[in-house]
Write a protein that binds this ligand. Structure first.
Ligand SMILES: [Zn+2]
Length: 235
């Protein structure tokens, strides 16, 4: 049982780009695209021991200043360490996939092509896509090519709570929120799950304090967190 209280929190309402001065309100599009860097300088830092260092930049200014060194990757290669040099904006094609590698499927946060999904599900690629459109699977589209799609591999895991995943996908569809944001939510450790990610929860992971709960109660808590996440990312 969770007893909820209400307390006042301060939220960032407006951000001004420190380079061009452009101001964006939290209700405006573009707010999510602002990048804020902030840290306390450590011992021996060139910024002075213990000093606070901060900057807020809009996207054009971020690219104009740090663009040469930014690593820009497609959603499905986020977890992969870049190899060699990647220049700004030049996206590395996804690595060629060796379907014979069983370790690949053990990787919770990996993604598969439609052919790999179809092979695992023993159906036609078309059927995989249709099931995805019907809200049974999540897929991610390439930023440059909508018909280039990847399917998160955890969806084939035998421990998956299919009904809970389906309800989660349904909530995102109803709220008209991009699957990239759902993918990002699924991979983020959640405080309320004792640091487990939503994917780990969907695969039966359980924080110790959930031990005494029924599967229905666990599902309710899970979907509450999904609702909270949706209201956080939409406006
Ligand atoms: Zn700017």
């Amino acid at each position: 049982m969770q007893l909820k209280g209400i307390e006042a929190v301060s939220v960032v309402d407006q951000i001004r780009c420190d380079r061009c001065g452009n101001e964006v309100h939290s209700k405006e599009s573009g707010f999510e695209q602002m990048t804020s860097i902030g840290f306390d300088a450590g011992y021996g830092s060139i910024f002075g021991d213990g000093n606070r260092v901060e900057i807020d930049l809009c996207e054009p200014c971020l690219r104009a200043t740090l663009g040469t060194w930014l690593r820009v990757r497609s959603p499905w290669s986020i977890d992969q360490m870049p190899q060699g040099e990647i220049s700004a904006g030049a996206e590395r094609p996804p690595p060629t996939i060796d379907s014979q590698d069983p370790g690949r499927f053990a990787h919770l946060y990996g993604v598969l092509t439609v052919q790999e999904m179809a092979a695992q599900l023993k159906c036609l690629p078309k059927a995989v896509y249709e099931r995805a459109v019907a809200g049974e699977f999540i897929f991610l589209s390439s930023p440059d090519r909508v018909d280039d799609r990847r399917y998160p591999a955890f969806q084939l895991n035998e421990r998956l709570d299919k009904s809970l995943l389906k309800q989660t996908i349904q909530k995102y569809l109803e709220a008209d929120i991009n699957s990239t944001l759902l993918w990002s939510f699924l991979r983020s450790p959640q405080k309320i799950y004792a640091g487990l990610t939503a994917i780990e929860m969907l695969l039966g992971g359980m924080p110790p304090q959930y031990d005494t709960l029924t599967p229905e109660e666990r599902a309710d808590i899970f979907l509450d967190v999904v609702d909270e996440e949706i209201s956080r990312v939409r406006w």
